[in-house]
Design a binder for this molecule. Structure first.
Ligand code: FEO
Length: 168
């Protein structure tokens, strides 16, 4: 048997993972609208991974004879001020998920729920990767933005010179 409090937290985590998928789908939709299909693809893949996470928690609970109860998923729709903001939100969200998984782990430790501690090791490692991916994306974005500023600076140096045309 896994600890009852721990099981409830794991059940709540399913909702958080499903919300993550929903949030990333919304971000993918935002980038489609901005004409950035690559960014949209990246977040679409991310959303699928989040569904996998939700299923792993679900299976674990069911394999341990806990009845999973699904809750409503919050509306993920956000308004972003620029192309960078969804990337910042994604990193913040992953940090939130990491904290949530750590809280479950602490509860499992406190209740000597060794099985769940072992189960959560994969997620603790995965969250390290999730945060790194989100951070890397921000770094890449900032590097690309610098290139845009270089191009912008170059474009500023263009001078007008009247057409060399003989009107006679
Ligand atoms: Fe399921 Fe991105 O954490």
């Amino acid at each position: 048997m896994i600890n009852e409090n721990v099981a409830k937290m794991l059940n709540e985590q399913i909702n958080k993972e499903l919300f993550s998928a929903y949030l990333y789908l919304d971000i993918a939709n935002y980038y489609v609208k901005q004409g950035l299909d690559g960014f949209a693809n990246w977040f679409g893949v991310q959303a699928k991974e989040e569904l996998d996470h939700a299923m792993i928690f679900t299976k674990y609970l069911q394999n341990n004879d806990f009845e999973v109860v699904l809750d409503a998923i919050e509306n993920p729709t956000r308004t972003y001020k620029d192309l960078r903001q969804p990337l910042e939100e994604a990193l913040k969200h992953e940090q939130f998920v990491t904290a949530s998984i750590h809280a479950i782990y602490s509860e499992a430790v406190e209740n000597k729920d060794y099985r769940t501690q072992e189960f959560l090791h994969w997620f603790i490692k995965e969250q390290g990767e999730e945060e790194k991916n989100a951070t890397d994306l921000l770094v890449k974005y900032d590097l690309a933005e610098k290139n845009i500023l270089i191009i912008d600076r170059d474009l500023k140096s263009r001078q007008y010179s009247p057409a060399d045309y003989d009107f006679d």
